[in-house]
Design a binder for this molecule. Sequence first.
Ligand code: AMP
Length: 346
Amino acid sequence: MKVNLRKIIGTLGSHCSLQVLKGAKDEGFKTLLISEKKRYHVYNRFSFIDHVILVDKFRDILEAGIQNRLNDLNCILIPHGTLISSLSSDEIESIDVPVFGNKFILRWEANRSLKQKLMIESKLQIPRTIKSKGEINDLCIVKLHGAAGGKGYFLASDKKGFEEGYNKLLNDNVITDEKQLYIQEYVKGVPVFLHFFYSPISGDIEFMGVDRRYESDIDGISRIPSKHQLDVQIEPTYNVIGNIPLVLRESLLDDVYQMGENFVQASERLVPPGIPGPFCLEGVYTKDAKFISFEFSARIVAGTNLYISGSQYSNFLFENGMSMGRRIALEIKNAINKRKLDTILT
Ligand code: AMP
């Protein structure tokens, strides 16, 4: 792909857009926000946003007129969770504006069997998949294919529990078929989200931060005494409301870096050009401090919003507080200076 020097960093107005555009501004770029009209009153407050394209809905980014405007402005689009939840993988790949990172690996994030393949290739330990409801004999988490932010997940310890959860989703018109569900071993321990950045320009993998999520209502259930929990028959949900900072025991860092390196190498083998930029390994640390990974995100995650002024870990690597959004902009700047922009864009 032939690329010119591109000087505007743009993204969809949601998820981590404030962090991305503030970071871009701090690195000296002009910034652009694609905002839904109904949300613009929020973004209008921030002086680091230079250009705005207003749309009725994020899907409008597929229109040639909008993509022409982005290209006329020399825009590099930073993908995040909202792009993935608004468009299909085919649609994302069809975007004719330079996308930061590898837009083709986003398909591997969205598709459960591709995801599993990449995680196995990365030598990550993953939870057991339960093939059918008849095989459930311990606590399982039942997920919806492509669910956003854990909505619609339920727990089951046997076939009967599965059927109860399934019927509820059916009655609520959330699903139409059992095939839309995916049963996974429930890993007992504490959920942790590891934020990485890989720079093909320097060749380094940077561990940038770690968070845990604050999910409703699973994180509120412990505030209800068990007697009342039984009375109201709560079925926990995993809707992400926010994120909470975390530091790891220092002795875990060795494994953390190894997992990051394995993931980068596996991505390069399976989905060229690999994973330039941010990614996140998401899992549970068990009581033996083993990391069992249930997900990855092949782009910036919203948990990095915690570290606008740098994290405990990024502060070891960079002089100034370095957010993930700013790290993206710095990579683009370094790539422009070394005339290697085409190695970090697709
Ligand atoms: P996800 O949407 O896959 O990131 O999952 C949403 C939430 O479900 C996570 O934050 C975890 O709390 C929980 N979760 C997902 N998979 C598992 C698993 N296999 N074992 C235990 N908890 C899980």
